[in-house]
Design a protein around this ligand. Sequence first.
Ligand code: NI
Length: 132
Amino acid sequence: MPIISLSINDSLLEKLDNVLKYKGYSSRSEALRDFIRDIVVEAEWAKGTSEETIAVILVIYDKSVHREPLFSLEHNYDDIIHTLMHMHLDQVNCLEVFVVKGASMRIMEIIQKINQIKGVKQVKYVSTLAEV
Ligand code: NI
């Protein structure tokens, strides 16, 4: 593994060490590798060209509206949707959790389509690459 050196001022280093301690990192190298992975993953996602990506998508929607658009979307993308979970949140809202694996372009497509469905109140996702 190549070794790189880094110049950083005292004040920023002190802040960094505090964050690392708070987050439970055992070394600066471990933390910086994690940060670098995050930057790489974000850039790959932004390009939309990654073939092997994973995302967890959370959807909160009003259960009183017609659910057919959400169900047909789930069937249309069943080749990349690996897990689906449904939870009744309260009298009004339901939560749908999608675990998807596939090309980032198609995952972004699902997220855009979910956003367009009537009754969907919130869509959040966490994404990464299948190999980092
Ligand atoms: Ni429900």
